[in-house]
Design a protein around this ligand. Structure first.
Ligand code: HAM
Length: 433
């Protein structure tokens, strides 16, 4: 059957088999973040449009072209968040979290929305794993963050990856560089695409974000910020690199890595996987030391990164264990009563169990157990009820044993919480306890 109602272009359903992989990936991220001292924070999907215009930047592609913005019933301009960083900063200011001991470390998982042209690895609704740290200006932290990312990607089995780093300077050195960049960009302006011609006027740094190869080629000959950093920024970058070396992390200097968001200062970085094709960045981030102040909050620096879950899952190498669960089949009314009671008891001690409601013969029920992929089947017939027993069958080996109903919970707990086989269990022994 086909319906004309399908998911919106650039969005996709995550089906139950895939969800397992998402859960495992999220679980590993969560564990690593917690060990590194991060705490989870959750903020709304909708935010005032102004938040992104001001923070992400008026001249960025995200704000000029990609936001899902609408006017709500109260006449307010609302945007489905295209990224997470501005929301975290807003929440910190709103709830005065900056009064807590610093540095503050937060992490987050959730959907983001950008109306870009969909292609492999680029969606209109995608998911980010995000971490942010506030209140620590030391460049050792910049390196610590990349060390954590490296460890996490190692645990997720992402083998072929490359880290790119750059410094985009600060309000002291950037204006001078921007003036020079504009001057040079003006000279090649007629050769640039229409968007870039506009970028030269408004913010020439954005020319480096252009995805058109002829513009990229021309941009590669423009002056690079690394040659115009002030002494403090140069020192910060040097020290950052020193600590990357200390951790034994390899990286490539990429002077054109200005990142497509306006708030960055000093350190920027990306981790790319070439096997992903054109959309090869699995992680992007950097420092944003003035964003909190820009929003009217205290002058507290920040740094963080976000990983795209869809891209991450495309290169992660994780094994998903098969679900282990118990199928209960009952033959007759009395047996069903026993089965329902047992099913409830087992579920309440944490064993995944399902009871079959359809009345069929045993052969058909066992065939169904195999088809459903049950690990064990418990069979309760009238005779078993009379004897106060049930049959436990291990589906993979076909081994089947009679077990007193009063003992089946203990037996199942043993099987469920270990890799022990039914044939390995000395039932008489195990019931003596
Ligand atoms: P971003 O580079 O725009 O940075 O996005 C981070 C990651 O999200 C990308 O590296 C990519 O993996 C994924 N991503 C972005 N757009 C899409 C898309 N349309 N489809 C699929 N995946 C996508 C930020 O968003 C910053 N807020 C990161 C940050 C946190 N900087 C400091 N703190």
């Amino acid at each position: 059957m086909k319906s004309s109602l399908t998911a919106i272009k650039g969005t996709k359903d995550i089906l139950p088999e895939e969800v397992r992989l998402w859960q495992k990936t999220e679980g590993i991220c969560r564990q690593v973040f917690e060990v590194y001292g991060y705490r989870e924070i959750r903020t709304p999907i909708i935010e005032p449009t102004e938040l992104f215009v001001k923070g992400t930047g008026e001249t960025t592609d995200i704000v000029t072209k990609e936001m899902y913005t609408f006017t709500d019933k109260g006449g307010r301009s609302i945007t489905l968040r295209p990224e997470y960083t501005p929301s975290v900063v807003r929440a910190i200011i709103e709830h005065r979290l900056y009064l807590q001991p610093s540095p503050l470390r937060f992490y987050y998982f959730g959907p983001m929305f950008r109306h870009d042209r969909p292609q492999k690895g680029r969606y209109r609704q995608f998911h980010q794993v995000d971490i942010e740290v506030f209140g620590e200006a030391d460049p050792s932290l910049d390196a610590e963050i990349l060390e954590m990312a490296d460890y996490l990607l190692h645990l997720l089995g992402v083998t072929e990856r490359e880290t790119l780093i750059n410094s985009v300077g600060c309000p002291v050195c950037r204006p001078q560089y921007l003036a020079l960049l504009r001057e040079e960009a003006e000279k090649i302006k007629p050769l640039l695409c229409e968007d870039c011609q506009r970028r030269v006027e408004i913010n020439p740094l954005r020319v480096f974000d252009c995805k058109i190869s002829s513009c990229q080629e021309l941009a590669s000959r423009l002056p690079q910020i690394k040659d115009y950093l002030c002494a403090d920024c140069a020192f910060h970058f040097e020290t950052f690199r020193h600590w990357l070396d200390f951790y034994g992390l390899s990286y490539r200097l990429e002077p054109r890595l200005v990142r497509g968001l306006d708030y960055y200062t000093r350190t920027t970085f990306e981790i790319i996987c070439s096997s992903l094709g054109a959309q090869n960045a699995i992680l992007g981030g950097g420092r944003y030391d003035h964003l909190m102040k820009l929003y009217g909050g205290p002058d507290i620096c920040g740094i963080g990164f976000a990983m795209g879950m869809e891209r991450l899952l495309a290169v992660a190498n994780l094994k998903i264990e098969k679900d282990r669960w118990l199928y209960i089949v009952c033959l007759g009314e009395k047996a069903r009563e026993q089965g329902l009671r047992l099913c409830r008891e087992l579920r309440h001690v944490g064993i995944s169990a399902l009871l079959e409601y359809k009345e069929k013969n045993l052969k058909a029920l066992l065939a169904r157990a195999n088809k459903l992929g049950a690990t064990w089947t418990i069979i309760i017939g009238e005779e078993e009820v009379a004897r106060g027993e049930c049959q436990v069958k291990e589906m993979a080996s076909g081994v089947q044993k009679p077990v007193p109903l009063a003992e089946v919970e203990a037996l199942m707990q043993k099987l469920y919480t270990s890799t022990m086989k039914l044939s390995e269990l000395n039932l008489a022994e195990s019931f003596r306890r």
